[in-house]
Design a protein around this ligand. Structure first.
Ligand code: F6R
Length: 610
């Protein structure tokens, strides 16, 4: 989704910003632009499409800018176009602004400014910010931004420049991240909406909090609170993920990340077992065993794939730790009026740690006094900073918009946490050790699934002719079906519905016909017999069936048209290898259909809007 990068310092600012935008590319965008100041004039350049288009246009007529702001846009208000791309300039070309977020009252503000004779040049909500700042300007850029922000409703991360202040960038944040990283020695400052885009060495970093504004100059950064008073903030050392974004010879990041799963799962488990006690432990974990024992209820929050991981974890926590658990979609939950007792632990799951709905829900529960444990992949993320404790996935950067290795790493970490909670309650040591043995086999079992790549590709070729799919499963496999269906729809644009197999007869079976394929995830031993009956009902209505089933369960061959055999595994962890198989299936269907796999249409990696 939208990304901000800005720079002030001795280097070629435009090029630094273009390079910075390249680190934001993975988030998804449809246009990009930059602006800077030279000799009392704002120079800007914008392009639809990829950053290299912006770069080549800029390089046709470059300017040695000492300061620049830049942006990748993911369209919300107005279609992707040069006019709608950021930076937005005010009508007098004095101010340039890049903005992430949404200005909810932009229509009213437009109307007000038009009445004052201001002309608008784009369809975006963001343009009103530039116009308002210029309208509020009386010689002091910081004061103008402070005043302009008082008119705005919504949320934002912004970086602003003014032609008469060639040594200043003003940045501000509400509910959207802004990281400011600097080197006093080199007299340079970087501003970005994603700290992981900051790839310079030895930087100190500050994160703006809600309603803070920063005045950024090459040699200093001053922060002001919402009362306009200066705020003292100690900088942290910037910890960078040291893996670079390379496809390592794979055709797509998605395929690379699918194949990284055995290693990612290994990483998620590394040093997190206590074999002798049959339990799990987590590094630098601030919650004491007595605090964990006091928890009477768990509430899990997440969106999309992360919510699916939460649904599986909810069943697991209840099954093995006997703790009542509910998994809620964060975007829905934040508009409820939840009852949060002191004994509730909130577990917030997010690969990126920047999903706005999840962060907003976390803020809501923390305001009600809940402790929040986040399960996250990105160390410098907003969610991590706003949680009481975090369990990191250690999956390495996930670049593909379609989440794969993060999901199976989430499931691994959540299952280990479930084990810890169970052992702190009534699970005995021997049962804990038996569960740990299942974890040990997990990377190999996933690798075994991935070795069936060619067979999965053949099945995908056959099933790519269908336009409609049901993914059916029961118990743990039901949420695995939601995830399998999501993978298929997001990268192949096919209609795929994840459904509990036992619910088909209550309505959806009316849809079954020879043109609708069913993918049945039969990896749950406890409900295996039950799903066979459900699939018989599909077969009786001539619905084609591809079953993913444990090796040795031969009964399925008389029902399904095709069977992909998966290694037997306990119910609690079965979603992991079944997810890997579903991911590969979706990947190869998308290839058959020729879709853009790493950057599917309309989707962004980090969803930083409501
Ligand atoms: C699907 C996918 C999304 C994300 C969702 C939450 O493949 O990637 O559904 O899972 O946008 O993102 P995070 O986990 O970063 O909060």
């Amino acid at each position: 989704m939208c990304g901000i990068f800005a720079y002030i310092g001795p280097r070629d600012s435009a090029q630094v910003c273009i390079d910075g935008l390249k680190h934001l590319e993975y988030r998804g965008y449809d246009s990009a632009g930059l602006a800077g100041i030279l000799e009392g004039k704002i120079h800007s350049c914008k392009e639809i499409g990829k950053i290299h288009s912006l770069e080549s246009t800029w390089l046709q007529n470059p300017h040695p800018l000492k300061l620049a702001i830049a942006h990748t846009r993911w369209a919300t208000h107005g279609k992707p176009s040069r006019e709608n791309a950021h930076p937005h300039l005010d009508a007098t070309h004095s101010v340039a602004v890049v903005h992430n977020g949404i200005i909810e009252n932009h229509q009213a503000l437009r109307h007000m400014l038009r009445e004052l004779g201001v002309n608008f040049y784009s369809d975006t909500d963001s343009e009103v910010i530039a116009q308002l700042i210029q309208h509020s300007y009386e010689g002091d850029l910081l004061a103008a931004v402070q005043k302009a922000l008082t008119y705005l409703k919504g949320f934002w991360a912004i970086a602003v420049i003014h032609k008469d202040h060639p040594d200043q960038i003003v940045a501000a944040a509400r509910e959207n991240p802004i990281a400011i990283a600097y080197s006093l020695e080199r007299q340079e400052v970087f501003v970005s909406s994603d700290a992981n885009a900051l790839h310079a060495p030895d930087l100190d970093v500050l994160f703006l909090r809600n309603d803070e504004i920063a005045l950024v100059m090459a040699h200093r950064v001053d922060i002001y609170g919402d009362n306009s008073l200066p705020v003292t903030r100690h900088a942290e050392k910037l910890l960078l993920e040291n893996e670079t974004a390379s496809k390592n010879g794979f055709d797509h990041f998605m395929l690379k990340e699918i194949f990284e799963q055995p290693q990612a799962i290994q990483q998620a488990m590394h040093n997190r077992f206590i074999e002798d006690f049959g339990t799990a432990e987590f590094e630098a974990f601030p919650l004491a065993p007595s605090e964990l024992q006091a928890i009477k209820r768990i509430l899990i929050l997440g969106c999309g794939t992360s919510w699916h991981a939460g649904c599986i974890a909810a069943s697991l926590f209840e099954d093995i730790a006997r703790i009542p658990t509910q998994a809620e979609i964060a975007s829905e939950f934040r508009y409820k009026n939840p009852i949060i007792s002191e004994e509730t632990l909130v577990v917030a799951i997010s690969q990126s740690g920047e999903t706005l709905d999840t962060i907003a829900a976390v803020r809501e529960v923390r305001a009600k006094g809940a402790k929040v444990l986040s399960i996250c992949n990105v160390r410098n993320s907003t969610l991590v900073r706003e949680s009481d404790a975090c369990l990191f996935l250690r999956a390495g950067p996930e670049i593909s918009v379609c989440s794969t290795k993060a999901f199976t790493s989430q499931l691994t970490v959540l299952a280990l946490f479930g084990l810890l909670m169970a052992r702190l309650r009534h699970m005995d040591k021997t049962t804990g050790q038996a569960f740990l043995a299942e974890f040990h086999d997990l990377p190999d079992k996933v690798a075994k699934v991935l070795r069936q790549q060619e067979q999965i590709q053949r099945l995908a070729k056959k099933y790519s002719q269908f336009e409609h799919f049901f993914f059916l499963g029961r118990h743990y496999m039901y949420a695995a079906c939601l995830e399998g269906a999501l993978k298929l729809k997001e990268i192949s644009y096919l209609n795929a519905i994840g459904y509990p197999a036992g619910e088909m007869k209550h309505g959806p079976i009316a849809l079954v016909n020879p043109l609708l394929a069913t993918v049945a995830l039969c990896g749950n031993a406890r409900t295996y017999e039950k799903i066979l009956s459900n699939l018989m009902e599909i077969k009786a209505r001539n619905g084609p069936i591809l079953a993913l089933a444990p090796e040795g369960c031969q009964e399925i061959t008389s029902i399904a048209d095709d069977v992909l055999w998966l290694p037997p595994i306990c119910d609690e962890l079965a979603a992991i290898p079944y997810a890997a198989a579903s991911q590969l299936f979706a990947y190869y269907i998308a290839r058959e259909r020729g879709t853009e796999i790493d950057q599917p249409r309309n989707l962004a990696k980090s969803v930083t809007v409501e």
